[in-house]
Design a protein around this ligand. Structure first.
Ligand code: PLP
Length: 399
């Protein structure tokens, strides 16, 4: 092997999703694209709002090209960071200023900057199962260890009853993803207040801060009037990673931001290190044109009704067939309990009916599968007979 040991591990661990993608493509070549029901990827199916295209034209027409396409401060354009800070302050009654905002290459860029800044070799980062599987790669990329708090499968809220057992002197950070991919759970104010109490005690015991990384790409994607509390109002040492990938359907453009509240421990040291991390990780700065686009779309909302229609159809149909599903309050994923103990067998069975599902072992929660319902509504409709056939193999004519 010419590649490093660390990279070897990262490649091995990323092969699950790659294989799934390849399997879908192979299957489509045999049975036809319209007969493959691919629920694997979290790529938004709703088009970006019209204002995005308009903003691109406006910016290109009205601004100096060297300004639009040039280098700028590594944390982003001042006017964009001012606008982001103002939008947060207006919506959440916070006191961010341009210094506390760093424009990043999506939420992934923000997460990687924070982990780069915090982690020494073998430092630990806690993730609550189920969690976005990529966190493992991000953490191990900087020599850290992922520590998994098992899921509370009754509520799919943060499993705070056992959290303290997983905190050690090596704990540097905890990642909280609200609303959650893959369960669709939304964590309440009470949950976050309880988290703060646990952290204060643990920080006193271990003698250093534990930073909570609030990963929020799905902040606005909520249903039935659910509210996502703004984490920094509840957890003191909290940094927010936001992304326009889902809210504006722009995942390929790589645009998001990191918000650093002044209340966190070692604010100035963290802020300046995070700007350097953005540069030394090779991002240099977030994509320039899309910083300016984001600035013009900060109050824009995605078409949540479309995702909600998908959610209702899939959740109602699958539960009616006998599957046990967590009713998602946010994001665009349905988390389904496998009817067999080993969900990988269920995934294989579903594949026989051209259904591509993701095993939740990837998300630290074996025994479940994830369905991304950011897909065309008619694909869900067409896939229902396939789910029905799978249901019959497990539940017979009980339903
Ligand atoms: N965090 C979670 C929970 C996600 O689901 C995703 C993408 O699907 C990301 C982070 C990365 O998002 P971005 O495209 O903003 O980097």
């Amino acid at each position: 092997m010419v590649i490093s040991k660390n990279m070897e591990n990262l490649v091995a661990n990323s092969s699950v999703i790659r294989r799934l993608f390849e399997e879908g493509v192979e299957l489509a070549a045999v049975v036809g694209k319209e007969n493959v029901y691919d629920y694997s990827l979290g790529n938004p199916s709703v088009a970006p709002p019209a204002i995005v295209k308009q903003a691109i034209y406006n910016i290109l027409d009205s601004k100096d090209p060297n300004f639009i396409h040039g280098y700028m401060n590594n944390s982003g354009y001042e006017e964009v960071r001012d606008a982001v800070a103002e939008s947060l302050n207006k919506r959440f009654d916070t006191d961010f200023s341009r210094e506390s905002i760093i424009m990043t290459a999506g939420a992934a860029g923000a997460l990687n900057c924070i982990l780069r800044v915090l982690l020494n070799y073998k430092d630990e980062v806690i993730c609550f199962a189920p969690f976005f599987g990529e966190y493992r790669s991000y953490i191990s990329n900087f020599g850290g260890e992922t520590v998994v708090v098992p899921a509370d499968t009754k509520t799919f809220q943060l499993n705070l009853d056992v959290l303290d057992d997983y905190i050690t002197e090596k704990t540097k950070a905890i990642i909280v993803n609200n609303p959650n991919n893959p369960s669709g759970a939304v964590y309440s104010e009470e949950t976050l207040d309880k988290l703060q109490v646990i952290l204060e005690k643990a920080e006193a015991r271990i003698g250093h801060p534990i930073y909570v990384i609030s990963d929020e790409p799905y902040r606005e994607l909520v249903y039935d009037g659910a509210k996502v509390p703004f984490m920094t109002k509840h957890v003191i040492n909290c940094l927010v990673c936001y992304s326009f990938s889902k809210s504006l359907s722009l995942p390929g453009e790589r645009i998001g931001y990191l918000a650093i509240p002044k209340q966190i421990d070692a604010y100035e040291e963290m802020q300046s290190a995070l700007v350097v991390a953005n540069r030394c990780l090779g991002f240099i700065n977030a994509p320039s044109l899309f910083q300016l686009v984001a600035q013009q779309c900060l109050y824009e909302e995605t078409d949540i009704e479309t995702y909600d229609k998908n959610r209702q159809l899939l959740y109602n149909s699958l539960t009616e067939m006998g599957f046990e599903c967590v009713k998602p309050q946010g994001a665009f994923y349905l988390f389904v309990k496998s009817p067999t103990e080993d969900e990988k067998i269920f995934v294989q069975e579903a594949k026989k009916h051209n259904l591509i599902l993701v095993s939740a072992t990837t998300f630290g929660c074996p025994g479940y599968v994830r369905l991304a319902y950011c897909v065309p509504y008619d694909m869900i409709e067409r896939s229902l007979p396939a789910f029905k056939a799978v249901a019959e193999t497990y539940f017979g004519d009980k339903k």
